[in-house]
Design a binder for this molecule. Structure first.
Ligand code: ZN
Length: 337
């Protein structure tokens, strides 16, 4: 639970594209956020970035997160084990692993248990049972030693930040010459994901594509060694496509509350999450029989499209292993936006 108590209205502001600076964007969809009770627009830029616009201001970001946000994200030992497989093999006199957005430090605690030297940073203070070094505050404003870290990890973090480009820049400067940056981001370029409305908007402020990930890396002296498209760490299902298709026969529907899979939306209710019995009871209570049939078909379609996406190598979640390549640093304004 965060120790800060910040209350008050969520302020938003219009922003330019973080990758290319363009102000020319199309609205992909509008989502009513059940946590804040506010509607937010997801817009798409031609450079391959999608982002919330108007975007919550920096001071408003903590207001987007409920106190129990990390409730479902604690002590996932098998997940941490799979995350470790993306890191380079440990070497004698190995450098330090820095985990950005480390939360309670569960992952770095796991890595430390395997002999890694670890540090973590997080924007908020969380109660933690672990004795691991965590710095709290704005990562971009922190004084950290440059060319010092062997590995930087950001597990599903870059989609939560207002300026991913500033993170790529700082991470590049913090890494040793042979360092690795390992991160996971959503891929809205995967089949169905542009309209699925299953992203956690507005906690997810930025969505990526393989092309925009490569551009961010290249702009800041890094390059992707591998971009993995699979559900090994996180899953992404484009639910809602059936109603989206039906609505679009009668004109564009951009308010995804209308076309989302209602049964799946109930599953995402924080009180229900993880309890299948309660979920099914709620589905039968709140979703009518016709809507339930549509949801069942949509569920099957979403699962099939996700499986196909994985086979096509264009899945809704990307795990990226990148390395430093300072010679390849490009002009960020060369992107074709
Ligand atoms: Zn752009």
């Amino acid at each position: 639970m965060p120790t800060e108590t910040i209350t008050g209205p969520i302020a938003t502001e219009m922003v330019s594209c973080d990758l290319c600076g363009s102000d020319d964007q199309d609205v992909l969809y509008t989502r009513l956020d059940p946590i804040t009770g506010r509607e937010f627009h997801l817009v798409e830029c031609r450079c391959g970035m999608a982002f919330v616009n108007p975007m919550p201001t920096a001071r408003s970001i903590p207001l987007l997160y409920p106190d129990d946000y990390l409730k479902d994200k604690q002590d996932l030992q098998s997940l941490y084990g799979r995350m470790m497989t993306y890191l380079p093999e440990p070497e004698p006199d190995d450098g330090v692993l820095l985990d950005i957005g480390c939360g309670r430090g569960d992952f770095i605690h796991y890595a430390a248990g395997l002999g890694r030297r670890v540090e973590g940073v997080d924007l908020l203070t969380w109660e933690t049972p672990h004795d691991v070094p965590i710095r709290v505050g704005d990562f971009l404003a922190m004084e950290l030693p440059e060319r010092h870290y062997k590995i930087v990890t950001a597990w599903a973090i870059l989609e939560h930040v207002r300026t991913p480009s500033a993170f790529f820049d700082k991470i590049s400067r913090l890494l040793q010459e042979d360092g690795r940056f390992v991160f996971v981001v959503p891929n809205f370029g995967a089949p169905g994901m542009r309209h699925a409305c299953t992203e956690d908007i507005p906690r997810h402020l930025h969505l990526f594509t393989p092309r925009s990930v490569k551009a961010h890396l290249s702009n800041h002296g890094m390059e992707a060694l591998t971009i993995y498209h699979h559900d090994d760490l996180y899953t992404a299902y484009p639910f809602g496509l059936v109603r989206y298709g039906l609505y679009n026969l009668r004109g564009k529907e951009r308010r995804c509350t209308k076309y989302q899979n209602r049964s799946v939306a109930l599953l995402r209710n924080r009180q229900i999450k993880g309890n299948m019995g309660v979920w099914l009871a709620e589905v039968f209570r709140k979703v009518g029989p016709v809507a339930l049939i549509v949801d069942a078909v949509d569920l099957a379609v979403g699962i099939a499209v996700a499986k196909l996406s994985k086979l096509m190598g264009n899945y809704g979640v990307m795990t990226v292993v990148a390395r430093v390549n300072r010679q390849k640093k490009s002009n960020p304004h060369e992107e074709d936006c």
